[in-house]
Design a protein around this ligand. Sequence first.
Ligand code: E4P
Length: 220
Amino acid sequence: MKFFLDSAHVDEIDYALKMWDIDGVTTNPRHVQVSGKPFITVIQEIGALVAGTDKPVSVEVNPHLDDPAKMVAEGEKLAAISPNFVIKLPATEAGFKAVADLATLGIRSNLTLVFSASQALQAMRMGAYFVSPFIGWKESNGEETFNFIADIMAIRDNFGFETEVIVAAVRNARQIIDAATLGADIVTAGLEVFRDAFNHPYTADGLKKFQSFWDQTAYE
Ligand code: E4P
């Protein structure tokens, strides 16, 4: 299973690449705004961090666009900046069409803001490279997400679509494990979510106990 960092913070991405060997990066307009840098500047910096690798970086087109031709034009412009870039498009009628048009140009896309299995199916049919179901937002809305992801994986496998499923807006370790047990290809989450998932309070407590025993024992 692949782990992507959901961030546009260059220091965070650099850390996660070096310490955790993350497999890719996803950004969105919120992450870019939080970075405090202009959009093009920050995606160029992220592109430089992964240059020479095959780690994909999802970069989102202007969310105001609702014309497939304009989405494709911006997608081409962004894809020209780095071969690692995958163009993030919304799961709207225009977005689905832009996915297909970008695919004919050899440009990869990531369908974002996916909240139903039928949206994921249409993304796969149109040739999306990635599809990103947002589970954290659904759970905040009181919706279950285990069967949501299971349905998407079953649809993908029933028809042999090549689209990879990125379980997105992941908030905790339980959601990472749910995605992994369901066979999702990728989870994308923030730095603190991964950090929490890699730690457990009993590990820290146990280490302290073992340090105490160690200190009370002769080495030789
Ligand atoms: C995924 O690609 C999205 O960037 C992300 O998961 C969106 O959710 P969040 O910003 O609320 O975490």
